[in-house]
Design a protein around this ligand. Sequence first.
Ligand SMILES: [Zn+2]
Length: 282
Amino acid sequence: MPELPELEIAREVLIRRLQGRRVTGVTVAPKGGAIVVRDLTTLGFASQVKGSSITSIQRRGKYLLFGLQAHDSGASDLHLAINPKLTGRLQLCPPGTKKAAPVHLTLSFDAPALELRYVDSKTMGQVYLTRDLSLIPTYGEMGPDALELPLEEFRERLRPFRGEIKGVLVRAAFVAGIGNAYADEILWEARLHPYRKRTSLQPEEVERLYRAMRAVLLSAIETVRREMGEDIHLKPRDFFSVHLRDGQPCPRCGTPVSSVNANQRITNFCRTCQPGGLIRGM
Ligand SMILES: [Zn+2]
């Protein structure tokens, strides 16, 4: 479940280790690779990626975007876009290193020998090769990155959404980069009940939510950088305040953290710090 902070640190590490390097080998696993890898150019995934050089590595929301320069042309408009979704991860390691999860795609590099593996226990994520990012399904509908919008735009973008605030926060069409885990953390920081309707939020609460979003994500980036190091397949989770801390004391008030399972996702929050809202599924 990589979200904005984990992908941001993965990007930092990958820039340091892979930018400017040439892909010397491409291995697409027959089974999982066929599900995960989507060649939108239809010109052949491995043949185009092999021999190309990585010219840039960017992140937008929960996508990592590799700019590739083909070996036989000066063109650099080929993109490798990785969206790991809930279960995908990247592993950067010397060849022969134990797999972090089933490997569906491996890019190999020489001198020093290194592999960038896409691993995914449930083949939920996607790896696209395309010259035009707008061809990626739903990519064009993605809102701005959660760390790149001012308060007024945040307010403006929030307005059309009418549902429960947690459900809004995790929608990429609103802002990109926040998933289930960080949505819980942000709402706890903002002292807002996850099932409050967006329409019930006062302007002051929206501002609190915006500030909590920035504070939680920026602080998580620092923590993840420290805890993940170069092991970008790791998912540091031990620093969370409420997410996955069902029954443990709220770090602010000591109330046991509540857990509600609805819409196929677990929501953790503190009933004392985050009052109100209709509790569903209970
Ligand atoms: Zn509390």
